[in-house]
Design a protein around this ligand. Structure first.
Ligand SMILES: [Zn+2]
Length: 255
């Protein structure tokens, strides 16, 4: 049976996600930004939290863990490289490991760049990747601790997922990302349509998460660093995509 997935806002701009296995009733929160919104969705759905899967150790992704674990006794799975920095951890995982949520399973991908411990969870059978702060709708996370080259490698790996793969990111920065993307590629028709869609979603109280890998490859400048027009816009015509990526990311930091 396919996973049931709910996404919802937490804190200022974090996105909470619950993944439910209808076959066993297991249910995982992807990160725990804030207890209240997670409890609300559990209450609405009748799901019971069995797991928390942590993408990285930043406070806005882990601060709800202890309260949720105290309430539900759920199992906390965190990146091995964040050992000791995520509260109440039961299991740690590395690249290539498999995490089970009832009968659902996710491949663990180490995606350093935003921080050195960052991992993504790829639920292949469900075509869903939880990308945390690595890949956002129309954007990507800030690079700290790791090198730009590592972040580029992580993003490139995500970009090789099937076009139909759904991308669940850890924040909704879509409108500001869209403004930057349009500065990079004002002539990209797919991007212009997407930016308009994002504005409409905002007006309707929705957000464009999940996205898909295919949509991101067509509109997200950080996945398009290999495109000659994007390289030119970044002032790096003919350069290696990793160098173009770095120029784009530094430009976005100043934008
Ligand atoms: Zn973060």
């Amino acid at each position: 049976m396919p996973a049931e997935i709910r996404v919802f806002r937490c804190l200022e701009d974090n996105i909470g996600a619950l993944v439910h296995d209808p076959a066993t009733d297991a249910c995982a929160a992807i990160d725990a930004p804030e207890e209240g919104p997670i409890l609300k969705v559990l209450d609405e759905t009748g799901w019971r939290l069995s797991d928390i899967l942590v993408t990285h150790r930043h406070m806005d992704h882990v601060q709800g863990i202890e309260a949720l674990k105290a309430r539900f006794g759920c199992r906390v799975t965190a990146p091995a490289k964040a050992a000791g920095e995520v509260p109440a951890v039961d299991a740690t995982v590395r690249d290539g490991d498999t995490v089970r949520v009832g009968s659902l399973s996710a491949d663990v991908w180490e995606t350093p760049g935003h921080c050195r411990d960052h991992i993504a969870f790829w639920f292949a059978a469900d075509g869903a990747v939880f990308a945390g702060d690595t890949l956002f709708t129309l954007g990507c996370g800030r690079v700290s601790e790791s090198s730009y080259a590592e972040m580029w490698t992580s993003l490139s790996r995500l970009a090789r997922l099937p076009d139909a793969a759904r991308v669940y990111s850890g924040h909704d920065y879509t409108l500001s990302n869209a403004r930057f993307a349009l500065a990079v590629e004002p002539g990209n028709a797919a991007l212009r349509a997407r930016a308009a869609e994002a504005e409409q979603a905002k007006a309707d109280g929705r957000f464009l998460i999940p996205s898909t890998i295919g949509e991101e490859k067509a509109t997200n400048p950080f996945l398009r660093a290999g495109d000659p027009a994007v390289a030119r816009s970044a002032g790096h015509e003919g350069a290696d995509p990793a160098a173009v990526f770095q120029a784009l990311r530094e430009w976005k930091n100043r934008f």
